[in-house]
Design a protein around this ligand. Sequence first.
Ligand code: GLU
Length: 399
Amino acid sequence: MNNNILSQRVQSVEPSVTLSIASVAAELKAAGEDVISLSVGEPDFHTPSHIKQAGIDAINNNQTKYTAVDGIPTLKQAIINKFKNDNDLDYTPSQILVSSGGKQSFYNLCQATINPADEVIIPAPYWVSYPPMVQLASGVPVIVQTNMADDFKITPQQLEEAITNKTKLFVINSPSNPTGFVYNKQELKNLSEVLLKYPKILIATDDMYEHIQWTGDKFVNILNAEPKLYDRVMILNGVSKAYAMTGWRIGYCAGDKNIIKAMKKVQSQSTSNPCTISQMASISALAGDQKCVNEMNKEFIKRADLMNSLLNQIDGVKCNKADGTFYAFANCSGLIQKLNLKNDVELSSWILKEAQVAIVPGTAFGCDNHLRFSFATDEATLTKAIDKIKQAIANKTRA
Ligand code: GLU
């Protein structure tokens, strides 16, 4: 069958690189290769016991039927309480939509708000799936390159220069996947000053890594910096990263009730409610003891230090210590040159072949010459992975 059978829409995008590399690594492992995957962003910790128990109880109590499309009321209330307690933000149930993961939240938002040719400003490096989701909604991603010197954060001037009369949405992801950097309150305030001048632009803030940061400051959303944006900010979050619940697939969105209603319509005509059992487990995650979040965070901080020092020991690799997440985003141009390779895509393939370590090339995040190392794995494995890379480089440069 030729490709003409496929829609132009689907042909305009590529499969998710993070997921493809993770699956190549899993296949190699299954075939008996000693591959270490630092590709996909997935905590190695198990879902905490009290959360798993809530899922098991849901099954035993026969909570296995459909729920309201937008989520079980008790879960929506737990989300509302979370926003009040953690973020000092007020929402009502009609402003909340629970979905099957943070990905579906952003997908619903694009489908509900973007018209053909509408532009969406996305600072690069960006999380792999934002531009394809915009394209699947017939929108145009407008990519703004940021610099390592600015900790990969968009400046107010860059934002203003990217705005046109077609701009529909501006995406902020802090702490950022893949860079790990966090916008502080003043930086958000400065961006909001630009946004206040353009009242038609919506703002999507992806706060998925809210709890995984070590700046010492309380997490801030742009709404904490500028409450006047309240009607235009759609907050995306979920339980996947903070509670090691990636496979449970629960994300949520909060914002303007008309946009939430439109997103709910998209969801009602596609997937319906997110998994009932996962919703019950998420109530326990959000309303239960938060000690588990701090415990995992402590480990991530140690790993961030370790990764930063290990990566900077490799000749030709440069990596600034970030503020959060479980990713190190390293400039590898020196190494690419040293190994006589063309680019980061070739470098990541070379490392997989020669060192059996799976890493995602920066190009997948709109930033070439870089690699994203996920350190959601234990310190011994991280050390072993970097040793293998160093050994492969030594073998090649000696040869
Ligand atoms: N968000 C994670 C990552 O960036 C999970 C994979 C994905 O959905 O992209 O690795």
